[in-house]
Every structure is written in structure tokens, then in C-alpha cells.
Design a protein around this ligand. Sequence first.
Ligand SMILES: *Cc1c(COP(=O)(O)O)cnc(C)c1O
Length: 267
Amino acid sequence: MEYTAPSSASGWADAALATRARDIQGRIAKAARSAGRPPTSVTLVSVTKTIPVERILAAAALGLTVFGENRVQEARDKRERLDALAQSDPSVARLMTQTRWELIGHLQTNKAARALNLFDRVQSVDSVRLAEALNARAVALGRALPIMLEVNAGGEASKSGFAPHEVESAARVIATLPALRIEGLMTVAPIVPEPEQARPIFRRLRELRDFLRAAIPLGEQHWRELSMGMSDDFEIAIEEGATLVRIGRGLFGERPAPQQAPEAPLA
Ligand SMILES: *Cc1c(COP(=O)(O)O)cnc(C)c1O
């Protein structure tokens, strides 16, 4: 990926972000090459949950173009702010035309319509019911929606996603929905002490994708993508075939801890 010099958007220049972005891009390229793949076969999804719009603009000014958000409401608030900034600043407008937005978090069925207005692709389709809601909305809008199926490849009770054994039957139904295009699979691997321990999960996702591609042939545009790997384990994921890596902390630094519920008063 090329880095374009910040233009008049230099007001958002962020030297630490620039250094981290270069480092991450270099490591992605190296992992791809060592797996015998061209670096362009891996797309960096910059995960901007909790990150304010000024830093998203700094990232966009560095040439980062694909952004991942995990909540509809947060994404909507940010997009409204960015649209407002773009109205008064042509350099923001220019940067925004180059961005793509991907939903990577659980989506409630009743928010399908809002998600369609905000995202270019939904990576986190985790039920047939949600797929049907997205399809109905996309049909109404007369557009196609690229999606991915989220798989709970690690089998953790706390995670959303299809169980690996459910994916085939779900995919057969979803493949019949005219406005959706199943582009691949996505997983959030369990948190493990050593990145190497995530390898079997990534491999399982790739094998599952390969199986589905053969079992449910849909054409060139389908089943291409494997979205797997985050800040701590993306190199292992690339070695196992990731085409999309989703990186937040590795680019933007640690996120603030989630807000705690107020503590119960001491007895
Ligand atoms: C937050 C998040 C990421 C990025 O995680 P980091 O550890 O910050 O790289 C990736 N995928 C999903 C689904 C996330 O919610």
C-alpha cells in the first residue's frame, strides 16, 4: 500500500500512528512473502472502535482506506461528524471518498437497515435471520451487499458466530438470498498467551472456507476472503491464509478500558 503525504489534512498528522502504520504494513508484507503470497493479497482493516474521528482522519491521510467498526451507533455518530467536517473542508471530503467501512461486530436484526446505510460490507453475519433482514433491506434499496459469515471457530461460549458444523446449512440458505454475496468467512480467535496457539483456529477457518467453496460453488466473487488475525496474531493468520487482518491496538495504541458499571457501595 502506498503512503500519500498528508495534504492540507496535515492538521491531523500523528507521528506515532505513522510509525506504527509503517511497521504494521511492513510486517504484513513480510508475513505474506514468507507464505509465498504477494503483499497485496492481504488487506489491512484499521479497527477504529473507541477512536475519535480526528485520529481516523490522520489514518486516512496516511493512506489507510479500510476501516472496521463494531457498533452501529458509534459508527453512525462518527460518520455524521465526518460528513459535517467534509462539508466545510474539501481535504476531508477527498479523504472520505477513498474510505471503505466494514462492520465487524455483532449486529441486531432490528438494526439491519441502519447497518446498510453505514457499511460497505458486513463481516459479522452470524445468523440466517440476520442475513434475511439484510437481504430484505438491500432488495428494497436495489443494491447488493457483500457479506461474510462469522464463525465461532474456537467454540467459546462468550463469542457470537456460527458453530463450525452449522455453517454449511446456513450458507446454503443464505446463498439463495438474491441481494447478498457471501465473500468469505470471519473469525475472532480466542485470546491466547502465545500467538502461535491461535494457528489451529486460523487453519480450521481456512479449511472450512475451502470446503464450503467446493460444496457451495457460487462464482469468482464468492468465498475469496478470510478475515482473521488481530494485533497480536496477524502474522500467524496471514501464514494460514488471511486476506483481511483487523488491527486496532497495533495502530492506535491501547484503547481506554471499557466503562465499568458503578461499584456497589461497600457494606
Ligand atoms: C477490536 C476488534 C479487533 C481489533 O483488535 P485489536 O486487538 O485492537 O487489534 C478485531 N476484530 C474485532 C471483531 C474487534 O472487535
